[in-house]
Design a binder for this molecule. Structure first.
Ligand code: NI
Length: 197
């Protein structure tokens, strides 16, 4: 079962992005509206590409189909939605004897989150909200996980990541500029099946 230098592993499965979100209050034309925003969770198809530099050190890329999140206005209701892709590159350290079936690891790396298709709900659009834009985010990533080798080629994996994702949302409300800073900082849970090449 031993991982060897030069091994590639591809994993495919479900990835859930669960924001641990907080925000400051929405500001419009210098006025504090007294409410913040929140972001819900979403599950998509997750893909991992892993390259082993040695039996215990691997570089991993996280990719996924686009996540879609509803954005709410605290105590008020739905505000809008956004999609994003959070590509993440991590260096992972494997603890076990290389020949072990159970291969736990810890990793650290960087995340770049690209927001797109930001839009207000139709009710908010009708109320005069427009031009929603979320800044892309660059930040640290950390994770723990394990591979469990089923045979020489196939494995199952589970991992939990934390991504430091912060963004400024800007918009227009009936001709006045608005902003809100949002800390999304999600936990990202993945369960995948993998194949070693
Ligand atoms: Ni943060």
């Amino acid at each position: 079962f031993a991982y060897e230098q030069g091994d590639w592993v591809v994993r495919v499965g479900m990835t859930n992005v669960a924001p641990d979100d907080s925000s400051n209050n929405v500001n419009v034309a210098g006025a504090d509206l007294g409410v913040g925003v929140n972001v819900d969770s979403n599950t998509q198809l997750g893909l991992n590409f892993v390259y082993f530099y040695s039996p215990q050190l691997a570089i991993e890329v996280l990719a996924a189909t686009p996540f879609s999140h509803d954005i709410g206005l605290d105590t008020v209701g739905p505000l809008g939605s956004t999609k994003h892709l959070p590509p993440t590159v991590s260096a992972n350290y494997y603890f076990s004897e290389p020949s072990a079936k159970f291969q736990p690891y810890v990793g650290a790396g960087i995340n770049y989150t690209i927001f797109f298709d930001e839009e207000f709900s139709s009710a908010n659009s009708n109320a005069g909200f427009s031009k929603l834009d979320l800044d892309n985010s660059f930040g640290l990533a950390a994770q723990v996980g394990f591979d469990y080798m089923l045979d020489e080629k196939w494995l199952v994996n589970a991992s939990v990541r934390w991504l430091d994702i912060d963004t400024e949302a800007s918009f227009d409300l009936n001709g006045s500029a608005g902003t809100v800073d949002v800390s999304i900082d999600p936990f990202v849970y993945s369960i995948t099946a993998g194949y070693r090449f």
